[in-house]
Design a protein around this ligand. Structure first.
Ligand SMILES: [Zn+2]
Length: 266
């Protein structure tokens, strides 16, 4: 595809890239993804950039998810790919064209700046969606070509309440058709004292509402899970560290149990 005309150029050359790859040669079998890592908005999207309230909240990004995934990357020695811009620019965990890909309303709040035409939607995808996903695909292709067993851990966070309803879960394990990784994660997390763990709650994986798990787990035959941590558990450095230590220990235990040796090199 040819470059969009200047009026639709979303990222200026001096702006940060649409993705970051951390520890690409990490030796873990886990590959970490953080779809909602950032609440940055390109300067060209000035109307959207003014929505400071929406951008600071879950509507803009997953609070704490980037910190948690960076710490997990260190503890597991795992590669990590993070998105570089807000989900309000374009949501990297939604299929293009879905109603929540570039939401005009998010969590009941109208988003000025997101009532746009097809040309701008395409330009945002070229600028902020595809570079992130191309980086993930390249990383996974390289691991496949080297014959390395791989499992996908997608790291997210969710709000303590929604539409005035408190959410009881401290964290949640989400999956689609493949429960190879989700089932042992759920079992291990539910063994932790004092924790309430959601099983495909408060969200569940669907082909229409998710991109990463269907694309990188199911389509490639790789064990994959989406881990959701409630935001209030990630607001302090101690909270992030506790979750990182807990999740890393659980992953190592699952890995030691032979999940990946049992055939996941697709
Ligand atoms: Zn998320």
């Amino acid at each position: 595809m040819s470059s969009p005309p200047p009026a639709l150029r979303i990222l200026a050359p001096d702006e940060p890239p649409a993705f970051e790859v951390v520890n690409p040669d990490g030796r873990s079998s886990a590959v970490l993804l953080c779809d909602h890592a950032s609440n940055a908005v390109p300067r060209s999207l000035s109307e959207l950039a003014m929505q400071e309230e929406a951008l600071s909240q879950h509507t803009g990004w997953d609070i704490g998810a980037a910190l948690l995934s960076r710490r997990l990357s260190v503890l597991l020695d795992a590669p990590l790919v993070l998105s570089g811009y807000s989900r309000l620019v374009i949501d990297c965990n939604r299929p293009l064209g879905s109603p929540t890909s570039i939401p005009e309303i998010s969590c009941g709040v109208p988003i000025p700046g997101n009532t746009i035409g097809a040309d701008e939607a395409r330009a945002r995808a070229e600028a902020c969606f595809w570079p992130y996903h191309n980086a993930i695909a390249a990383l996974l292709d390289a691991r496949r070509d080297r014959g390395e067993a791989t499992a996908i851990l997608s790291v997210h966070s969710f709000t303590p309440s929604m539409f005035g309803q408190d959410r009881p879960w401290h964290a949640a394990v989400l999956y689609g058709r493949d429960r190879r990784l989700a089932a042992p994660f759920l079992e291990a997390m539910r063994r932790e004292p004092g924790l309430c763990i959601g099983d495909n709650e408060p969200y569940r994986i669907t082909d229409g509402g998710d991109f990463g798990i269907p694309m990188y787990g199911e389509a490639r035959g790789l064990p994959a899970v989406l881990l959701e941590i409630r935001q209030d558990g990630l607001l302090s450095a101690e909270g992030v560290e506790a979750w990182a230590q807990r999740l890393a220990a659980i992953y190592r235990e699952i890995e030691a149990g032979g999940l990946l040796a049992a055939g996941s090199s697709a």
